[in-house]
Design a protein around this ligand. Sequence first.
Ligand code: KG4
Ligand code: ZN
Length: 344
Amino acid sequence: MILALETSCDDTSVALLDANGVVRSLVSVNQDSAHRPFGGVVPEVASRAHTENLLPLVEEAFRQAALTWKDVEAVAVTSRPGLIGSLLVGVVTAKTLAMVKNVALVDVNHIEGHLLAALLKDEHYSPPKEFGFPYLALAVSGGHTHIFRVDGAGRYTLLGRTIDDAAGEAFDKFAKMMRLGFPGGVRVDEGAKGGDVKAFKFPRGLYHEDNLNFSFSGLKTAALRQLESMSESERQARLADLCASYQEASVDVLVHKVERAAELTGLKNWTVTGGVSANSRLRARITESALKHGAVIALPPLRYCTDNAAMIGLAGLLKFKAGHRASQDLSPAASALPTDWQSP
Ligand code: KG4
Ligand code: ZN
């Protein structure tokens, strides 16, 4: 078994996985209510909540899986990228547990966890039978919008990324402008139901550029201008149309760039992961596109798409099997390491 800890942002999460990558338990504490009064994640609040929640969650993970430390061979932990104070809580806890329990320590890049999440298994989910390496992965969340070629564990090629905001960040900012509350992405998704995707014209950043990069800052500014030109009552009356049009602008580019990446690489296995992959419109559009292009799509359930320790456990397990070990000198890093992935 491998025990995994994830504390890179505002979710505290612990998982236990067996040697086949089957999730035996996954327990998380979501800090939304602690950050809601501030309208966004406050780093100090996040670190303190991780400190309070992490060890009780470790106990709960063992309890739910009916396992003990005797069953565990390694501890995996997210060590980068993320909020440094949040990462520190996970890394210090993992190092202490590994030393005291005399088990191996494995460090994991958070995005690597997202990339491998499609391969997780439990009693309700496993990826489509035909799905496997090499595959295309769109990792899209509040912190990242990256598109990768994944050839195996530890073998990632970054094909494109956002040059400014992440897609999730753009959803969150729009929700804030619309006063829909926090967390924003899911509120926009709900608000868009029944709305007309063509009601408002919003820009599709870098859509026609022949590269696999993304840009969402223009979309955000265009939305701000649009909202400034409307009265509060107009905004309320057109809420569904505004949300649907904004959401469609994001989803259009996300789907288009996956299609373009598939064309360039010839890859027929796709996955979308990260918090924004919870978006109902993105799920529907990418599934439709995969069908049209004869591709196999793995869309893991939401518990494996948003930040969670199970994906960190799987990345840790594959690295552990490949002989990778972290030392007690391990420190967290706010950014990825140059060796974490290659550019094409
Ligand atoms: O992966 P995640 O849990 O944390 C990060 O690493 O950022 O992703 C959180 C992001 C937030 O920006 C949130 O607004 C967005 O995912 N999100 C959504 C939806 N659910 C979560 N965005 C659009 N539609 C959703 N249904
Ligand atoms: Zn994430």
